[in-house]
Write a new protein. Structure first.
Length: 147
């Protein structure tokens, strides 16, 4: 029996792949679970079209990520926070504060791309690493000012 996988099946393959499976495995497991559909000319064509759309989306996403990485490497943001006389913050600079300051500069970034090795707890200039979808990496400079 020829099937087109709808979802990833660990022992079989990835979505959109056309596979030959035994009649029992297809009818009793894959089809009822919604993991596959019977391979016909129309279902194969539909999955190829979906695959092309996904690929085009990935290419666009990679282009946007590289443009964003160039913008972020030249960014300096200033964050104000309460600190003691020694320059130690009473809290820490959070990813949400950094993202908010980036939005103020008209740069949109999801906080999941920020990579902290340690929290910022001192007044001064620090660097926060980021890694985007396309694998491009860089550093955002964060200047912490005491209130």
């Amino acid at each position: 029996m020829r099937i087109v996988l709808v979802k990833k099946v660990v022992s079989l393959g990835n979505p959109g792949e056309v596979k030959e499976v035994s009649e029992g495995y297809g009818r009793n497991f894959l089809l009822p679970q919604g993991l596959a559909v019977i391979a016909t000319a129309s279902t194969i064509a539909q999955w190829q079209q979906k695959k092309q759309i996904v690929e085009a989306h990935k290419v666009h996403e990679v282009k946007q990520a590289s443009i964003l990485a160039k913008k972020l490497n030249n960014v300096l943001i200033e964050v104000s926070a309460k600190a003691n006389k020694a320059g130690t913050l009473f809290g820490a600079v959070t990813p949400d504060q950094i993202i908010k300051k980036l939005v103020d500069q008209k740069i949109e970034l999801d906080k999941k791309y920020l990579q902290y090795s340690e929290h910022i707890k001192k007044v001064g200039e620090h660097q926060v690493n980021f890694k985007l979808v396309d694998g491009s990496e860089g550093k955002i400079r964060v200047k912490v000012i005491s209130l």
